[in-house]
Ligand binder design. Structure first.
Ligand code: NG1
Length: 537
């Protein structure tokens, strides 16, 4: 559906605000970034690119295993105002960027891409082949996300020796960083869009398959771009940020290809986001947390495939979703298997994963395996295993928790499908309160699985979800990568104020916070629309 559509470009503010379909007063934000740009750079911007953050309602850490997830875009977003520098100085390198941020803690950055020349051709023939931008993946730097978006535009659109425009840009945003609401994906999507727009590439399509870049292609570019910041993310956040529609969640499936469909949410309940105030920086902790989980799930998939005697290419990084498909005899070319069939196979997988438990090391109920044992279980030589699974990513662990990770992934994948089915059937349900209870139950099970099996929760997230349930939430879970960041709770519409009051009074880090400060950390949210561009005329 929506993945084939072009990116909306507005030239009229009332159309733009109408399309956002949310309750926040957007006009002020858009006017203020345009004015601020004018003040800083002495002219109006040419474009403002917008990309929202997202809340994941259910389906954690399964997107990179290619299982479907159910996020929704939130009203909080990143805006990037951008304009060509009218008279670039002679010494300005082609495509140079002056990047400023409204938040003063993020300081002004000036950078330019460097053309890479192919060394193997003769001097006369040296052509601009690719571009290089220095991105520091060891340190958290705000401009890395701007550069990551720019990178994809350079590689995809400026490979033929053309020069990109020199630009000034200004970033502002209301998605809290490191909180599981995808500020990073929102930054990368907004940056990709801003550079596409300012270089007049929104109208072109680099694959040549149509007149304009589609939402799906922007998602693909943004996913590849975000990898440059050092995290091997799945595509959930970028897809939610680009493709979402107001008032619905988005079921995003990645297999056999990216597709997205709106899932109406039942009436009578509201999703409330609460920030644990533990900042988790995925890029910095990747080798122990996020990237390690990516490797663990891939290794589990390889071992399961071997145990089930399924065909896997020698160097193929088969995913858990592909293992399920191959076991069920799914034919990729025909499309994904029907939901009932998938649910059945997932149930079977929950039994098959016994083969992931250690055979040698006792593990004392922990079920972890050592690197040596994992390699042996995979049937690969150490060299092959390292080449396929460890050469592209840095991970650090003494025990690899293959059993627990796979158990989480299969059970979470089936919770997403059940959640979606309940929402789709809600309209005809005789008892709306039972619908909400069933959704809440799935959210609670998801939280337990994230905590105990995937080990991506933390004491504060556990405390906050428990407080939320005591304060009347029907379901409460962490959202996003975890290890800090936000929770999402499902609360009956009539109970929202009392719920916020109780949580604010009970969660230690919220004590003393009032009004705006409090509404920054705990707030109700409505599903918002996806990314767009405003063009000044
Ligand atoms: P966060 O950290 O919430 O942006 C990350 C990944 C997602 C997904 C979730 C866990 C990135 C950009 N996003 O989300 O793809 O894997 O963790 O479900 O890395």
């Amino acid at each position: 559906m929506a993945a084939e559509q072009p990116i909306p470009v507005y030239t009229n503010l009332s159309d733009l605000y109408g399309s956002l379909g949310t309750s926040l007063n957007h006009a002020e934000k858009w006017n203020s970034i345009a004015e601020e740009f004018q003040q800083r750079f002495g002219r109006k911007p040419a474009y403002i690119a917008r990309a929202p953050g997202r809340v994941n309602l259910i389906g954690e850490h399964i997107d990179y295993c290619l299982f479907g997830v159910l996020p929704a875009a939130i009203e909080r977003d990143i805006l990037i105002a951008i304009g060509r520098r009218p008279n670039p100085n002679a010494e300005d390198a082609p495509g140079s960027v002056v990047a400023e941020n409204v938040q003063t803690k993020y300081t002004r950055q000036v950078f330019a891409p460097a053309p890479r020349r192919r060394a193997s051709v003769s001097e006369e023939e040296v052509r601009l082949e690719e571009w290089h931008l220095d991105i520091n993946t060891k340190q958290l730097r705000w401009e890395s996300y701007v550069k990551a978006g720019y990178y994809g535009v350079l590689i995809n659109y400026f490979a033929g020796g053309q020069n990109p425009a020199s630009v000034d840009l200004l970033v502002t945003g209301t998605v809290p960083a490191g909180s599981g609401l995808s500020s990073s994906a929102a930054m990368v999507v907004a940056s990709t869009l801003a550079f596409l727009a300012v270089n007049e590439k929104l109208e072109a399509n680099f694959t040549g398959n149509g007149p304009k870049i589609s939402k799906g292609q922007l998602v693909e570019m943004a996913v590849a771009n975000e990898k440059r910041v050092g995290v091997n993310s799945g595509g959930m956040d970028q897809a939610a940020s680009v493709i979402s529609v107001p008032s619905s969640a988005l079921y995003i499936s990645f297999f056999p290809e990216l597709s997205a469909s709106a899932v109406p949410l039942p009436t009578g309940a509201i999703f409330i986001i609460a920030n644990s105030l533990v900042v988790s920086d995925k890029a910095v902790t990747a080798k122990h947390n996020y990237n390690l989980r990516v490797v663990e799930t891939l290794a589990a998939a390889r071992i399961l495939a071997r145990h089930l005697e399924l065909k896997v290419g020698k160097t193929e990084k088969v995913t858990l979703r592909e293992v399920v498909g191959r076991l069920a005899g799914e034919v990729e070319e025909v499309g994904a298997m029907p939901v009932e069939w998938l649910l059945e196979t997932l149930k079977r997988m929950e039994r098959e994963i016994e083969c992931l438990k250690p055979k040698k090391s006792s593990g004392e109920g922990q079920f972890g395996v050592t690197m040596e044992e994992m390699i042996e279980m995979s049937g690969m030589t150490a060299e092959e295993f390292k080449e396929v699974y460890l050469s592209w990513v840095e991970v650090e662990a003494t025990q690899f928790q293959l059993y627990k990770r796979a158990k989480h992934v299969f059970s979470e994948a089936s919770r997403v499908l059940q959640f979606r089915q309940i929402c789709l059937a809600a309209e005809s349900s005789p008892s709306p309160s039972d619908v909400i209870k069933d959704l809440g139950k799935l959210m609670n099970e998801s939280q337990t699985s994230c905590d105990e099996l995937f080990q991506c929760s933390c004491p504060e997230l556990n405390e906050l979800t428990n407080i939320a349930k005591d304060a009347g939430a029907i379901g409460s879970r962490l959202t996003g990568a975890g290890w800090g960041g936000c929770t999402v709770s499902l609360v009956a519409e009539g109970d929202v104020d009392a719920f916020i009051k109780k949580v604010s009074a009970t969660y230690g880090p919220y004590k003393g916070l009032q009004d705006t400060a409090l509404s920054e950390v705990i707030f109700a949210t409505k599903p918002s629309s996806g990314a767009c561009v405003y063009k000044f005329e």
